[in-house]
Design a protein around this ligand. Structure first.
Ligand SMILES: *[C@@H]1O[C@H](CO)[C@@H](O)[C@H](O)[C@H]1NC(C)=O
Ligand SMILES: *[C@@H]1O[C@H](CO)[C@@H](O)[C@H](O)[C@H]1NC(C)=O
Ligand SMILES: *[C@@H]1O[C@H](CO)[C@@H](O)[C@H](O)[C@H]1NC(C)=O
Ligand SMILES: *[C@@H]1O[C@H](CO)[C@@H](O)[C@H](O)[C@H]1NC(C)=O
Length: 265
């Protein structure tokens, strides 16, 4: 599989699984048959059955043989694979068309097994703002079992860590740590991490968490989005003054181009 195909599958599965339930307007959309390919559950199951010891998680493949490259649990992409398993659980319940591996697999059990190794990251992680991504499978779990106490703890702990990166002067949570702490870097990806703040605000009743998420999103609208709707990858704020001093790219083509992954987020 080419690099990033897991993310593509993840998004496709999520959109299709969530589509009919939460977004009635999507019911009229004609989805390509590939979205229902039996290869999706088949390939994901093959990976799910390769649980390594000590646990490690797939992120991308090499370019030649298509072999997964495995990463330690404390990596920004770790939550994607377990969350994909939860998405297939939802899909297997909603989707009437598909047979084979989709229906005959216990995706929930796999999602639970694959998220367990993430638990130590709740209190000891080096991923920074990406705790939001790590929290995905636990938010998924709470959609299935709202009383699961280990998932509740995970969501609250990850939210607390993200909230600790908030600067009231800047109005955002810090994404990347720079050698100069007054260089407060916020990347467009950070938008994807806000959901955990809303989830924890709902669980705890702590409205500060919700306010932090809204503040970050509003600032991002102002400083990351260009008038034509395209986006910068990185905005550098000065943490002392709160002022923007650079709008640029890190992984994209140019400072004034649109980094496609960031735009997709
Ligand atoms: C609760 O959620 C965690 C993490 O999502 C999972 O590993 C665990 O199996 C779940 N517990 C039960 C009893 O379902
Ligand atoms: C609400 O969350 C914020 C951010 O984590 C924290 O500083 C504050 O103490 C929390 N409030 C309560 C009442 O727990
Ligand atoms: C931020 O502003 C302060 C005060 O003006 C200044 O000392 C510092 O060098 C600035 N930092 C950056 C990264 O520009
Ligand atoms: C983008 O920046 C480059 C210089 O890095 C410049 O040559 C080009 O004209 C700019 N394009 C636009 C559309 O502003």
């Amino acid at each position: 599989m080419p690099a990033l195909s897991l993310a593509a599958i993840y998004l496709a599965v999520t959109v299709v699984a969530a589509g009919s339930a939460n977004h009635p307007s999507l019911q009229s959309v004609t989805l390509p048959p590939e979205a229902f390919s039996a290869l999706i559950p088949q390939k994901i199951l093959a990976t799910a059955n390769t649980f390594n010891s000590p646990p490690s998680y797939p992120q991308y493949t090499d370019r030649v043989a298509g072999t997964w490259q495995w990463f330690t649990p404390d990596t920004w992409t770790t939550g994607f694979f377990p969350s994909t398993l939860y998405a297939l659980h939802t899909r297997s319940q909603l989707c009437q068309r598909d047979a084979g591996k989709l229906k005959e697999t216990d995706w929930l059990a796999l999602g639970r097994m694959w998220s367990a190794a993430e638990v130590p990251s709740e209190t000891h992680t080096g991923v920074g703002h990406d705790v939001g991504f790590l929290s995905f499978p636990f938010m998924d779990e709470l959609n299935v079992e709202p009383k699961n106490s280990s998932a509740i703890t995970a969501v609250n702990d990850f939210a607390k860590e993200l909230a600790a990166r908030f600067s009231p002067i800047v109005g955002c949570t810090r994404s990347w740590d720079a050698p100069d702490p007054t260089d407060f870097q916020v990347i467009i990806d950070n938008m994807m991490n806000l959901q955990v703040l809303f989830a924890s605000a709902e669980l705890t009743g702590n409205d500060t968490l919700r306010q932090i998420a809204i503040s970050h999103a509003r600032k991002t609208t102002i400083n990351h989005l260009r008038p034509d709707g395209s986006s910068f990858h990185v905005v550098d704020y000065n943490s002392t003054t709160g002022k923007v001093f650079d709008q640029r790219t890190s992984q994209g083509y140019a400072d004034n181009s649109t980094w496609s992954r960031g735009q997709a987020w």
